[in-house]
Every structure is written in C-alpha cells, then in structure tokens.
Design a protein around this ligand. Structure first.
Ligand code: NAD
Length: 261
C-alpha cells in the first residue's frame, strides 16, 4: 500500500493511459479522482474503479478551459481537503504535415496539450505548496509528455511542440518547487495501444512505429501506469526533473542496417 491515504488526480482519465494509471494507484491504496472533458466517461470510469473495490470520485475538467480547470480543482479540494498526487495526462493527438497545419489546428493542440497542461500543473502545485503535507510524504506531479516532443517526427509540428514545451516546464517546476517539498517529473511514452493511437496511427504509421520501436511492439497503457506509480511513490523521493522514456527503445534508436524489405 505505497499510496495509502493519498488523494490522486489524473486528468483525461476516463480511458486509456489515465484510467490505467488510476487503477495502479488504486491498487496501492490511493483515493482516486477521475477527471475528463467527457463527463459520462469520467463517471463510468469512476464506477468501474469503485466496482473494483477502490475509493473513487469524479470531477469534470476541460483542460482547454481555464474556468473549468479552476472550478474543478476548487471542487476537488472542497470535497477531499487536499491533493497529494497529480498526473497531467489529458491530451489530444495531431498528425497534419507541416505545410498543411492550419493556425486553428495549431492553436487548438497548443491550447489543450501545452497551455492546459501548464494551467493544471500550476493549479496542482499551488495547492500542494499551501497545504499541510501528510507526515513524511512529498507530493508528486508527473507530466505526460511524448517521444514526439523529443524527435522531429513527421506530422508532429503542433503536438511535438506542445509536448516539448511541457517537458521543459517539468524542469522549471523542479528548479522552483523541489525545495518547497514537491517532486516533479515527466514520462514520455512511445506508441501505446490506446484509442489515440488506434485513431491516429494509420496509413503506414503503425508499421513505421513497429520498425522504430526496438522491441517491435506497441506498449500497453498499464506499462505507463507502472512508471507513473513509481514516480508518484516515496521510492522516487530523490528523483526530480527527470523525463522517463517508456518507449520500447524508440528514443534510443541509432544506425540500423540492413534496412528491412
Ligand atoms: N497513446 C500513445 O501512443 C501516446 C504516446 C505518447 C503520449 N501520449 C499521451 O498520453 C496521454 C493520454 O493519451 P491516451 O493514449 O490515453 O489517449 P486517449 O485518447 O485514449 O485518452 C485521452 C483522454 O483525454 C481526454 N481529453 C481529451 N481532451 C481533453 C480535455 N480538453 N480536457 C480533459 N480531458 C480531455 C479524452 O476524453 C480521453 O478520455 C496524452 O497526453 C497523450 O498525448 C500517448
């Protein structure tokens, strides 16, 4: 029971990586707060978690809307009194080639994946620095970035820029907040088998990922959840500002020959 007594919020946790992360936290005794822009999805996920024997609540938060973020965090603190763990997970995909990206698409992805993530991280950190800490417990924040924020992948103009920005914010947060009792880290997933990947990885993308991922497979949401659990537990108390790539080897690929086919 590594997270016993802790209040854990994950944005975009109605499904996919977010929901898998809450399941991992629930198994370690945390009180779970599901949040998603789709209220019915959040409610269904909370019911699934409660049915599995975990303590779960749900609050709708649209991370693309500052007022929704403020109202959501206020509601969580009102109901639970504190926040010990925050996983900044909500996000949308985007694959349009550079020459074709419209200003509308670029701004939408930046608004949700970067501005929204910044505002959520700020709201979580503001709460964590002002509350009385649980005895001996350092609050934890994990930002869900992406390998796409580290490499110049085709079609990754807006999505990659947003994730690279969040990666950098992780280190700024560490510099400013580690001395105030918080641990802030990031996870950069490679291709993970979720709805996002099913929808976006078409037209040869899937084959390209299978080739570029040294293990030759997509990861499972539960494999990101295990990394998040580690970074949100006391086991990571002396880990700050790290981006943990959970990517089957995608990020470390160099020269390969002969080329397949
Ligand atoms: N799946 C992958 O291959 C992969 C790889 C790298 C990074 N990621 C990142 O992991 C995170 C989770 O992705 P996933 O694969 O589980 O995707 P997913 O599409 O399965 O789940 C994303 C969830 O976020 C919610 N969401 C979308 N917009 C939102 C908003 N404005 N406010 C609140 N919630 C919102 C959706 O309703 C959905 O429930 C994202 O930040 C994504 O960029 C995923």
């Amino acid at each position: 029971m590594k997270l016993k007594g802790r209040i854990a919020l994950v944005t975009g946790s109605g499904q996919g990586i977010g929901l898998a992360t809450l399941k991992a936290f629930g198994a370690e005794g945390a009180t779970l707060i599901v949040s998603d822009v789709v209220a019915e999805r959040a409610a269904a996920a909370a019911k699934e978690l409660t049915d599995a024997g975990y303590k779960a609540d749900n609050v709708r938060i649209d991370v693309g809307d500052k007022a929704s973020i403020e109202a959501g965090f206020d509601e969580i603190v009102k109901r639970h009194g504190r926040l010990d763990i925050f996983v900044n997970n909500a996000g949308i995909g985007g694959n349009t080639p550079f020459l074709d990206v419209s200003i509308e698409e670029f701004e939408k992805i930046i608004k949700i994946n970067l501005t929204g993530a910044f505002l959520c991280a700020q709201a979580a950190a503001r709460q964590m620095v002002k509350q009385e800490p649980l005895a001996g417990v350092r609050p934890k924040i994990v930002n869900i970035c992406s390998l796409s924020g580290q490499r110049g992948g085709k079609g990754r103009t807006a999505y990659g820029a947003a994730k690279a920005g969040l990666d950098l914010i992780t280190r700024v947060m560490t510099t400013e907040l580690a001395g105030r009792g918080l641990n802030v880290n990031a996870i950069a997933p490679g291709p993970i088998e979720t709805d996002m990947a099913q929808l976006a990885h078409t037209g040869g993308t899937r084959e390209a990922y299978l080739f570029l991922t040294s293990q030759g497979r997509y990861g499972e949401a539960s494999e990101i959840a295990k990394a998040a659990l580690f970074l949100c537990s006391d086991d990571a108390d002396y880990i700050n500002g790290v981006t943990l790539n959970v990517d089957g080897g995608f990020g470390s690929q160099g020269l390969q020959y002969p080329l397949p086919g």
